[in-house]
Design a binder for this molecule. Structure first.
Ligand SMILES: Cc1cc2nc3c(=O)[nH]c(=O)nc-3n(C[C@H](O)[C@H](O)[C@H](O)COP(=O)(O)O)c2cc1C
Length: 204
């Protein structure tokens, strides 16, 4: 690992200008591996990714992105959720794994089994916790990219339906965010942040 986590966190900026230099394939793999290792509720791992690592693949997104800088990045990762992860069968499978590993008690698992859960993927309404899980995985990628000297930018401003169609994604997959990646061609100053006293709440 090249840079200390604290430095990566402090120096990270959303990067919207990239050099044309390609991102080495092994770095893209390390970035995806960082997502794979992320934690998730009931270890459901609902994230799925589409790697658009060359111009031909990226061109599929033309018309579906709103900010042109996204397609000027050498690589774009389309970050998605898989509805199937929330069907009873798969949730119980994950839960049983955790019980077997003594991570969760049978009793705690019972709370999950007793929840209303769809049997079929078509009936799944993606829960809000899925976006938390995917958010963690994407931020793992952002920080890994930073540690490799790469810039990235979370992008939610796009047309998910058009991306879905352009990439021919299956019905169970929902595109949630785009992550353009490349060597930064800008070094912006820190963006405004709230002060510590604005984000901390004193208990009564
Ligand atoms: C969930 C999320 C969605 C975002 N969507 C976009 C986007 O669609 N387009 C964009 O240019 N920046 C987007 N951003 C980047 C934010 O504008 C940026 O993080 C914020 O202004 C702070 O700047 P910094 O990341 O450089 O510290 C997004 C960031 C997050 C975390």
């Amino acid at each position: 690992m090249s840079a200390k986590l604290e430095e990566v966190i402090k120096n990270r900026r959303s990067i919207r200008k990239f050099k044309s230099e390609q991102v080495p394939a092994e770095d893209l793999e390390r970035i995806i591996e960082a997502a794979r290792l992320a934690p998730s509720g009931t270890n459901r791992q609902p994230w799925r990714f589409v790697l658009l690592g060359d111009d031909r693949k990226k061109s599929k997104l033309e018309g579906a992105v709103i900010q042109p800088f996204v397609l000027r990045a050498p690589a774009v990762i389309v970050c998605c959720l898989d509805r199937k992860s929330y069907t009873r069968g798969l949730v119980e499978q994950r839960m049983k794994e955790l019980v077997r590993l003594n991570v969760v008690s049978e009793e705690a698992a019972g709370y999950i089994y007793n929840r209303k859960m769809p049997e079929k993927t078509e009936d799944v309404v993606i829960p809000s916790s899925a976006y938390i899980d995917l958010g963690i995985a994407v931020e793992h990628m952002v920080l890994m990219a930073g540690s490799l000297g790469l810039g990235s930018c979370w992008v939610r401003l796009f047309n998910p339906q058009q991306v879905h169609e352009a990439l021919g994604l299956p019905a169970n997959i929902e595109a949630v965010a785009l992550l353009p990646l490349g060597y930064p061609a800008e070094s912006p100053p820190p963006r405004p942040r709230l002060d510590r006293n604005e984000i901390m709440i004193d208990p009564e």
